[in-house]
Design a protein. Structure first.
Length: 367
């Protein structure tokens, strides 16, 4: 099972939802970066369960322990290991799922691949696996902020049929965190809260869209063919639980525009050329152009719901299932730091890859 991501800033996550703990090993972080456990905890607290009535009520503090790679408050350049111990895991609550496949969940596909699965909490298919990603991304966030002033911020743009009106150039972390929905449009946030509660009451769930911007990303990050920046962003984001689609810049809406309308024209800027629009989402030819990177991620409704559905057993016998346990009626509020995490990890990796090749002085006479 592939559990690693990245080339130079490489992270490997481990652990299961109802095992002893979950965590990550970060390999490739440069030495001398200021880092301590509270720096990780701020991001982990944003994704932990039980933070509001809109999410799963599993009671976890998700306290990070740095086991290696940090000395005297700074990274040493060696692998950083971070562990978060599971405390409120109730495997018995999943006993009814031992031999039954949840519709639109990974139960059947894990059995098909491995011939065996961890039915207690979903194992590696649980969103609890993303703790390691968020912890690693907290390191990437500090690195990118220090070396390039990069800021990565995500928010809930849509839940079900409710779409927020938000200016991506102006939205702030304080606005995002002001409401449990993580939607910085107050009117939309109120409607989203009502919709989630109305869906949860009869045992249903909702999906939606998280939008993310990365500001002050330097031009030149990304590879020209297979490891294009937008390709790696899409791959990382699509690896998140329940993710079903990714758009960069105009995305599918760009197909309804003409080239003249869609092209991002250039003008002189203080630090070099800049675009007058950003339909490209900050990436052209697979390489960052210095504009804000702008992505949207679509998340399906939570698969584990309390409403009765038809399914089959491991023996392929027809049955019905009304799932029990503690589950998010909508993954969007907690998906926000997860989306930020994959954007941060991708950018940190490509920043280091660019540093690895950009070592010679500029040509005086360009051919």
């Amino acid at each position: 099972m592939a559990s690693s991501f990245g080339t130079l800033f490489r992270v490997t996550t481990f652990g299961e939802s109802h095992g002893g703990g979950v965590g990550v090993v970060i390999d490739g972080c440069p030495p001398r970066l200021p880092l301590d456990e509270p720096a990780l905890q701020a991001d982990l607290d944003r994704r932990r369960p039980g933070q509001s009535r809109l999410v799963t009520q599993r009671d976890e503090t998700d306290t990070a322990e740095i086991l290696s790679g940090v000395f005297g408050g700074h990274t040493t350049g060696t692998p950083i290991a971070v562990l978060v111990r599971n405390a409120d895991h109730r495997s018995g609550a999943y006993e009814h799922l031992r031999d039954v496949y949840r519709p639109s969940h990974a139960d059947f596909t894990y059995d098909a691949k491995y011939g065996f699965r961890d039915w207690a909490g979903g194992g590696r298919a649980s969103a609890r696996e993303t703790i390691g990603r968020v912890a690693a991304a907290a390191v990437a966030r500090r690195l990118l902020a220090q070396v390039a002033g990069v800021e990565v911020l995500a928010w809930v743009e849509q839940v079900h049929g409710i779409t927020a009106s938000i200016d991506p150039a102006e939205v702030t972390l304080e606005q995002v965190e002001a409401d449990p929905t993580r939607c910085p449009d107050p009117d939309a946030a109120a409607a989203i809260t009502t919709a989630i509660e109305q869906a949860r009451t009869p045992g249903d769930s909702l999906g939606g869209v998280v939008r993310c911007v990365a500001r002050r990303v330097p031009a030149g990050l990304g590879e020209p063919v297979f490891d294009k920046l937008d390709a790696d962003l899409a791959g990382g984001l699509m690896s998140l639980p329940a993710a079903k689609g990714v758009e960069v810049g105009s995305g599918f809406a760009g197909t309804r525009m003409t080239g003249l309308a869609h092209n991002d024209e250039f003008e002189p800027g203080d630090d070099g050329p800049r675009t007058t629009t950003n339909h490209s989402g900050g990436i052209q030819g697979g390489i960052s152009n210095g504009a804000d990177i702008d992505v949207r991620v679509a998340f399906k409704p939570t698969g584990t719901i309390a409403s009765e559905q038809t399914t089959v057993t491991r023996d392929n016998k027809a049955t019905t299932l009304a799932a029990r346990g503690r589950h998010d009626p909508c993954v969007l509020p907690r998906a926000v730091p997860m989306v930020e995490a994959m954007v941060l990890l991708t950018l940190a990796d490509h920043w280091l890859r660019q540093r690895a090749i950009d070592v010679l002085p500029p040509l005086q006479d360009v051919p």
